[in-house]
Ligand binder design. Structure first.
Ligand SMILES: Nc1ncnc2c1ncn2[C@@H]1O[C@H](COP(=O)(O)OP(=O)(O)OP(=O)(O)O)[C@@H](O)[C@H]1O
Ligand SMILES: [Mg+2]
Length: 288
C-alpha cells in the first residue's frame, strides 16, 4: 500500500508556503450573505458553488442521504422527514453540509453537472424555486440592537426577514419582535405556502446565548421549535435542518436538552447521553 506522502499531492499554496487556514473556516452566514447580496463580493471556496462542489467537497454517504431526503421532501415527497438533525463532534462537517444545502437551495439546476453524483436528478430543484433561510446561532443578536437599521433580534424575526425582507417583517412585527414564541398563524403568514429550506447552525450555542440574555430564553426557543415542527410536519414543502455538536463538546448541557426535546417532539427516543450520536462525519438523524 502506498503511504500518504506518495498518494496525496499537496495543494500549491501549501508547497509555496502561502497557505491561509482561514479560507477553510466554513461559515453558513457568509454564504447566505453572499446570495442575499445578489452574489456580490469576493469568492471564497465556500461561496463559489462550482469550486465548492468540485474541489472543496468530499461526498460522504451521510451527506448524500440527507441531501436526497431534504430535496425529496421539498419536491413534495411527504414521506421524507420534516426535520433533520445533523450531529457530529466539533469539526465533523455540519456547517460544510449546510453550505452544500444553501448552494443547491439557491441555484439548484444551475449546478447539475457538479451535484449529479450527490443526489438523484429528479430531486434537483429549479433555480429560484426554494426559499432558503440560513441562520448561524453564533451570529444572530439576542438583544435589540441599538440604532435605526432594521436588524432582527429573535429567531422568528430573522426567519421572517429572510423570507420576505423588510416588507414582511413589518407586517408581522409585533410577533417578530416579541420574545414569546409565535404559533401557527405567524408561521402561516411567513411561509405562505412556499417551498422553504430552514437551516439553523449552532443551535445549542444559540440556546446558551439566549438563556444568558433572557430568563426563559431556552424555554421560548423550545416552544418555537415545537411549533415549527408541528407546522412543517403536515407540509411537504418545508424542510428543517438543525445542527448540534456532540454532548461531550462545549454547550453539552444545551445540546443534550435540545436533543431530548427534538426526540420528544418527533416521537423518536434517545437512550442516554451520547448514544444517539452516529459515527463519522456528516452523521445525521432524521425525524418525521
Ligand atoms: N465533506 C467534506 N468535504 C470536504 N471538506 C469538508 C467536508 N466536511 C467538512 N469539511 C471541512 O472540514 C472543516 C470542518 O468542517 P465544519 O466546519 O463543517 O465542521 P462542523 O461540524 O461544523 O464543526 P463545528 O462543530 O466546529 O461547528 C471545514 O474546513 C470544512 O470545510
Ligand atoms: Mg460548524
Amino acid at each position: 500500500m502506498q503511504n500518504i506522502l506518495k498518494s496525496c499531492e499537496p495543494r500549491k499554496d501549501i508547497l509555496t508556503g502561502t497557505f491561509n487556514p482561514e479560507i477553510f473556516t466554513a461559515s453558513l452566514a457568509e454564504v447566505i450573505r453572499f446570495y442575499q447580496a445578489n452574489q456580490a463580493g469576493m469568492h471564497s471556496i465556500y461561496t463559489d458553488a462550482g469550486q465548492f462542489f468540485t474541489e472543496g467537497t468530499y461526498a460522504t454517504d451521510g451527506m448524500k442521504t440527507v441531501i436526497n431526503e431534504v430535496f425529496a421532501r421539498l419536491s413534495g415527497d411527504g414521506t421524507a422527514p420534516a426535520i433533520h438533525r445533523l450531529e457530529t463532534a466539533f469539526g465533523g462537517g455540519k456547517t460544510h453540509t449546510l453550505i452544500a444545502f444553501a448552494h443547491i437551495g439557491y441555484i439548484g439546476d444551475e449546478l447539475t453537472p457538479h451535484i449529479s453524483h450527490l443526489m438523484e436528478p429528479k430531486w434537483i430543484p429549479q433555480k429560484g424555486d426554494v426559499h432558503v433561510v440560513g441562520i448561524a446561532g453564533n451570529e444572530i443578536p439576542v438583544h435589540k440592537p441599538k440604532g435605526t437599521k432594521l436588524i432582527p433580534y429573535t429567531l422568528w424575526g430573522e426567519i421572517a426577514y429572510q423570507m420576505g425582507g423588510e416588507k414582511l417583517y413589518r407586517q408581522v412585527e409585533d410577533d417578530a419582535t416579541a420574545f414569546a414564541a409565535p404559533g401557527k398563524n405567524y408561521l402561516e403568514s411567513v411561509f405562505n405556502g412556499k417551498k422553504v429550506l430552514i437551516m439553523i447552525d449552532e443551535l445549542a450555542l444559540y440556546s446558551a446565548r439566549l438563556a444568558a440574555a433572557k430568563a426563559d430564553g431556552s424555554e421560548q426557543l423550545a416552544a418555537f421549535l415545537m411549533n415549527l415542527h408541528d407546522y412543517a410536519r403536515t407540509r411537504s414543502g418545508i424542510s428543517i435542518l438543525l445542527t448540534l455538536a456532540s454532548t461531550t463538546d462545549a454547550f453539552a448541557k444545551q445540546t443534550l436538552r435540545l436533543a431530548k426535546l427534538l426526540s420528544s417532539i418527533t416521537g423518536k427516543k434517545i437512550d442516554s447521553h451520547d448514544s444517539y450520536l452516529p459515527p463519522g462525519p456528516s452523521g445525521c438523524q432524521n425525524h418525521q
